[in-house]
Design a binder for this molecule. Sequence first.
Ligand code: ZN
Length: 398
Amino acid sequence: MSSVRERFLRYVQVETTSCEANECCPSTPGQMILGEMLVSELLAMGVRDARMDAHGYVYGSIPAKGAGQKPAIGLIAHMDTSDAVPGTTRPQVIPAYDGGVIRLQNGTEISGFSFLQQLKGQELIVTSGDSVLGADDKAGVAEIMALCERLLAPDAPDHGKICIGFTPDEEIGRGADLFDVEGFGADFAYTVDGGALGELEYECFNAASCRVTVKGVSIHPGSAKGQMVNASLIAMEFAGMLPSWERPEHTEGYEGFYHLTGMSGNEEAAELRYILRDHDAAKLEEKKATVLAAVAWLNGRYGEGTVTVELKDSYRNMREIVEQYPEILDRAKKAFLDNGIEPSTQPIRGGTDGARLSYMGLPCPNLSTGGYNFHGRKELIPVPAMEKMVDVLASLVC
Ligand SMILES: [Zn+2]
């Protein structure tokens, strides 16, 4: 037997940062190393069909036990970690947190977070201060692995078929790209990829990306009068036409936004890259219409073809799909409540693999892992929260 704690500490030490610039899948070789490790551990505990495909997706299943028809339930977590902070994870253990300021090995301090008080007395796993911890989402991986081991013990309770999936490259938005929904074989699934204990999420953004390109006319500034068309200035004009109060830094809850993720330019050519987000599909369409209207207006002023725009849909709010199956959410709520945890549902201000999978025929809300402060050096996870999540997953499938 290997506890969820031991598993977590083992998995986070494998470097699996994904990399957007790499076209291949998985985007980085470390993910394959972790994938192989998980397959051999699954085989060793008795998951006979554990396997990894050529793209680093790990699958396996545990047959139903006991009488009666039960649904086949999928559990999914991602193996890659965010590149928000570079560096190799060296997890540190705080045996019993005193409730005060946490001083990490490199001097970084963790304080001022309202959740810290609730963690007093608990064993915490933190970073050295030089990297992310990778609880997003190796806590999910470790919790699912620990559940498998529990279900394969001779005295395990009855359960339906369990389908396990560990995906690569979630952090760069590709986790669902090559997921084999049919081969996976689940009726529905849950990603275990959320934060604080009790999170149950089934609403995410509708998402689109937008690339605006501006063509200008470059000429020596000394003789530019009446001739030069400065592409960079027109790009700035475009940026100024979008509502500045609808930016990530000014929005929360169900408020959508336009977010400038990159820009480049000179007199001759300029480019702006945006992501557009809204929980409400109609409001996302309005945002696209605003972009198109701004482009049309600028072309009216500077000439047809000066500004061009490319709009692309990325993912959709899974609520539309998941809401058709209230029993999937009820099952998760009951699993939390049975373990003394009040479930909390909040709209995700982002997307998940589950959103894409929901539209690929596998309804898939998201459950907590128990971790905090993902994608940063101050990421941490309490060990009791991981242990509790293994109990919740057991209630979910039994
Ligand atoms: Zn994640």
